[in-house]
Design a protein around this ligand. Structure first.
Ligand code: SF4
Length: 434
C-alpha cells in the first residue's frame, strides 16, 4: 500500500516522494553555537531532516534559537525535537520545531496517564500543524506491552498499533512510525509485522527506518545496510537514518546511498554471480572499498537474513583478505555466524555523558577476544540501559568521568572512574566465566 504524505516543514515524507535522509546532532542542544555549527555541516552534506535532543525546558529555548538562526542563514531543513519521558517538554517545544519524535509509552509509568498525555500532545500538534514520529525501540517498550507479548518484534508492532489507533480515533493523520532495534532480525521482523497489521486496518502511515545502536566503522555500516535495504527492497520505508557512533555527518552519505539505490538511481557494482545450491559466489568491480561494502551488504543482506542462502563468497579488486573480512562481517550482521563480539553502541546525542567514541574504541580493543559476547557501550544512564536490549554486558556513561557497568539489564558496579572501568568490566566477565 502506498503510504500517505506527511509534511515535515518543507519536506514531504511518504506518498512516493523521494526517501528523506535524516541524521541527529550529538552536541549538547543548550550549546546553541556548537549545535548550529553541526547543523550547518549536515546541511552542507545534503541531509534532508535534522534531529536534536530536547531533554528539558532550557533546551526548548535553545531549539527556538537554533531554528531561528538556521532560517536566518537560509537553511530551511526541517528540525525535529527528540523527546524522552517528559510530555511537558514535548508540549512546550511544539511551536518551535517541524516534528516531534516521542515514545508515548515512556510519558508516564502508568499506562492510562501516558495515554492522556499523548492525547494532549496530539491536540497541541493539531493546533500548530506539526507531525509526530512515534519511535519505539526494542528494549524500551513499556511493561504494559512486554507483560503481554514479551520483548519481541510482535510487542513492538502491537505497541505501535495502540498509539496509531489513538491517532486515528483523534483524527490526527500526521504520523510517521519507527520500530528500531540493533538486532537486524528483530528490526526487520518488527517492521514487517507492523506493515501487515497496518494493512489489515487500512492504515497508511509512512515508516522511518533505522538499525539503532549499530555501532561504528564497517560493522555499523553493514548492519544498517542489511536492515534498511531488506525493508526498502520490500517497499517498506519512506525515510531513514543510518545511526553510527561517529561524527553524525558520516551517516549522511550512507543514507543517501541507500535512498538513491532503492529509488532506482544507483546500480550495484556486482558484475557476475555464480549460484551453487544455497551457496553463492559474487564478483565485483567496485571503485573503492566503501562502495563495495555498501553494494555487497545490500545485494546479499536480505538473502542471508531470510536464510534464502547459506553463504556468499566475495571476489573483489581488493584482495582475498579483505574479501573474507567482509564476508565475516556480513554473516555477523545477518546473525548467521559470529566471528567476534557483537557490539551495541548508541550514536550519542545531546544527552551523552562522556567521550562515547573513545569509550567504544577502548572497549572494542580490550574485548576483541570475546567472540559471540554482546557488549553495549551507551552514552547515558537515562536511556542507555533501557535501549541495550540484548546485551550480556553494558558499559554506560554516568557523567562526571564515571561509568556504570551492567550485567544484562542490572547495574553491577556504579560510579567507576572511566580510567578503571574497562579493567573492572574485564574482571567481572572473567569471574562470570570461571
Ligand atoms: S542512549 Fe545514547 S543516543 Fe540514546 S539518549 Fe542516551 S546518549 Fe543519546
Amino acid at each position: 500500500m502506498m503510504s500517505r504524505e506527511v509534511k515535515v516543514g518543507n519536506t514531504i515524507i511518504g506518498g512516493g516522494n523521494p526517501i528523506a535522509v535524516q541524521t541527529m546532532c550529538d552536541t549538547h542542544t543548550a550549546d546553541v553555537e556548537a549545535t548550529l555549527a553541526q547543523c550547518r555541516e549536515m546541511a552542507q552534506a545534503g541531509v534532508d531532516i535534522i534531529r536534536v535532543t530536547v531533554p528539558g525546558m532550557p533546551e526548548v529555548q535553545a531549539v527556538r534559537r537554533i531554528k531561528e538562526e538556521l532560517l536566518r542563514d537560509g537553511i530551511t531543513i526541517p528540525l525535529v525535537a527528540d523527546i524522552h519521558f517528559s510530555s511537558e517538554t514535548a508540549l512546550a517545544v511544539v511551536p518551535y520545531v517541524d516534528k516531534i519524535r516521542i515514545n508515548p509509552g515512556n510519558f508516564h509509568p502508568d499506562h492510562d496517564k501516558a495515554r492522556e498525555r499523548f492525547k494532549e500532545l496530539i491536540e497541541k500538534c493539531k493546533v500548530f500543524g506539526k507531525p509526530i514520529r512515534i519511535g519505539l525501540n526494542h528494549g524500551s517498550l513499556g511493561r504494559f506491552i512486554t507483560e503481554k507479548y514479551g520483548n519481541t518484534p510482535q510487542a513492538m508492532a502491537m505497541a505501535a498499533i495502540e498509539w496509531l489507533d489513538m491517532c486515528v480515533e483523534n483524527a490526527f493523520p500526521s504520523v510517521v512510525l519507527s520500530l528500531k532495534a540493533s538486532n537486524t532480525i528483530v528490526m526487520t521482523e518488527a517492521y514487517r509485522i507492523l506493515a501487515e497489521k497496518m494493512a489489515e486496518k487500512g492504515y497508511d502511515f509512512p515508516f522511518h527506518l533505522g538499525v539503532t545502536e549499530a555501532g561504528n566503522g564497517d560493522s555499523g555500516r553493514i548492519k544498517s545496510c542489511v536492515g534498511i535495504s531488506t525493508l526498502l527492497s520490500e517497499g517498506i520505508g519512506d525515510t531513514l537514518r543510518v545511526s553510527l557512533t561517529e561524527d553524525p555527518v558520516n551517516e549522511i552519505s550512507i543514507g543517501k546511498y541507500l535512498a538513491s539505490r532503492y529509488s532506482g538511481e544507483l546500480k550495484s557494482t556486482m558484475k557476475r554471480i555464480r549460484i551453487t545450491g544455497r551457496e553463492v559466489e559474487a564478483f565485483y568491480d567496485s571503485p573503492d572499498k566503501e562502495r563495495l561494502l555498501l553494494d555487497f551488504s545490500c545485494d546479499f543482506g536480505k538473502r542471508l537474513l531470510d536464510k534464502e542462502i547459506d553463504s556468499v563468497r566475495l571476489h573483489s579488486p581488493f584482495g582475498e583478505n579483505y574479501d573474507s573480512y567482509l564476508e565475516d562481517e556480513l554473516m555477523q550482521a545477518c546473525r548467521r555466524r559470529f566471528y567476534k563480539p557483537e557490539y551495541i553502541a548508541c550514536p550519542g546525542c545531546g544527552r551523552t555523558m562522556y567521550d562515547l567514541h573513545k569509550a567504544l574504541e577502548t572497549v572494542k580493543k580490550r574485548t576483541s577476544h570475546l567472540k559471540g559476547m554482546v557488549i553495549a557501550v551507551m552514552g547515558c544512564v537515562v536511556n542507555g540501559p533501557g535501549e541495550m536490549a540484548d546485551a550480556d554486558w553494558g558499559y554506560v556513561g554516568e557523567g562526571g568521568g564515571k561509568v556504570t557497568i551492567y550485567r544484562k539489564s542490572k547495574p553491577l558496579l556504579r560510579h567507576i572512574p572511566e580510567e578503571e572501568a574497562i579493567d573492572r568490566l574485564l574482571e567481572l566477565i572473567e569471574k562470570s566465566e570461571a
